[in-house]
Write a protein that binds this ligand. Structure first.
Ligand code: PLP
Length: 386
């Protein structure tokens, strides 16, 4: 049997690029200084952090003073949401029902703390309707948080349009852009958002480092107290190597974006076309407004988890939504919000493409998948009695 290693789980994380590792290495070895130290080693580290901040700001269309380094997407989201909630008791927040848990679960906490939260519905393609957002805003709405691109089904939201509606009403706008950065163009000045979260390990950078864009002059209450790092918003000795790695990864991602987008779109569309040839398969997510690297399909009559195990045995790394990671059997909240029935949601498979994937990977998946699906269906009671 032909065996190949195919990584198609870039939505979960991406491999660290060689150039990024190279940029980081000196800061894990000889350039170990603490950026807060006055001596030469300290100044060297400080300069590296400052330079990285400028690179990140330029890549996003922001000012360096608007970039705050954090430990990743989860922390950036927490700082933006909780930091705004702490400014005023009993305010109103609006989010979508398909957010990553790093927004959704924070919003549930805010509800318990006495804030009111509206979870906006989505249509069958996972799109939020800006008119529904407009109607949901009230005079006490403090913030709207809607993700730029969904991690499960890849649907891209009209963030600029929604941010404009919020701005008209004097409401702050946050977007979790963790999946979007490095896959589609993102410019904070064009989008006119107030907060934006990103995470390096989703664009071939290191894990445990991210950033939060905070528009100049927008107040936030820090979650932690400590030293004065990151202008007191996120104290703690800087992850210098991580920061340098994030900046290098982002710089490369932005440079290569046009080429990467067209290459991934082509691979994605070939994969989707091939998968839809299998009987009883549906595409989840928007047919056009979707991330260049995202494929999410549901196979009727089988479990996504069994599909994953069979694929893994043949060297293919994929995912079936985020539910399986928690060990629970709950179907994905994203697929449920899109109106899928339980059974179809359980049969979902996410294949997320990235830098290393090529035509041969797509061909391999399209070759091994149909027999796996057939075998699993032949064992399925649901399939037999359909
Ligand atoms: C991965 C991801 C996160 C979490 O980022 P971490 O850096 O892993 O904490 C948040 N939101 C979205 C949409 C993601 O895909």
């Amino acid at each position: 049997m032909e065996s190949r290693k195919v990584y198609m789980d870039h939505g979960a994380t991406t491999p660290l690029r060689e150039e990024v590792l190279e940029a980081m290495m000196p800061f894990l070895r000889e350039k170990f200084g603490n950026p807060s130290s006055i001596h030469a080693q300290g100044r060297e580290a400080r300069q590296a952090v400052d330079a990285a901040r400028e690179v990140v700001a330029a890549a996003l269309g922001a000012e360096p003073g608007e970039i705050f380094f954090t430990s990743g997407g989860t922390e950036s989201n927490n700082i933006a949401l909780r930091g705004t909630a702490a400014l005023k008791p009993k305010s109103h927040f609006i989010t979508s029902s398909i957010e990553h848990h790093a927004v959704l679960d924070v919003c549930k906490d805010l509800e318990e703390q006495g804030h009111r939260v509206t979870f906006l519905p989505v249509d069958s393609n996972a799109l939020v309707d800006p008119r529904v957002l407009e109607e949901a805003m009230t005079p006490d709405t403090a913030m709207v948080s809607v993700m730029m691109a969904n991690n499960e089904v890849g649907t891209i939201q009209p963030i600029g349009e929604m941010a404009a509606l919020a701005r008209e009403k004097g409401v702050l706008f946050h977007t979790d852009a963790v999946q979007a950065i490095g896959q589609i163009p993102v410019n904070v000045k064009e989008l006119q958002v107030d907060f934006l979260s990103l995470s390096a390990h989703k664009f071939n950078g290191p894990k445990g480092i991210g950033a939060l864009y905070v528009r100049k002059g927008v107040p936030l209450t820090p979650l932690y107290r400590g030293g004065g790092q990151e202008r007191k918003l996120r104290p703690g000795t800087e992850n210098v190597a991580g920061i340098v790695g994030l900046a290098r990864a982002l710089e490369l991602a932005v440079q290569e974006l046009p080429e990467k987008m067209s290459r991934l779109k082509h691979l994605r569309d070939t994969l989707i076309k091939g998968l839809l040839k299998i009987e009883d398969v549906i595409l989840n997510g928007h047919p056009e407004q979707r991330l260049p690297g995202n494929v999410n399909v549901s196979f009727k009559y089988i479990e996504g988890e069994s599909l994953l195990l069979s694929l893994d045995l043949q060297g293919v790394a994929a995912s079936s939504g985020s539910a399986c990671t928690s060990g629970s059997l709950d179907p994905s909240h994203v697929l449920m919000a899109m109106g899928l029935d339980h059974e179809t949601a359980h049969g979902s498979l996410r294949l997320t493409l990235g830098r290393g994937n090529d035509e041969a990977d797509v061909d391999y998946v399209l070759k091994i998948l149909p027999p796996i699906v057939e075998r699993l269906r032949n064992m399925s009671a649901l399939y037999k009695k359909r």
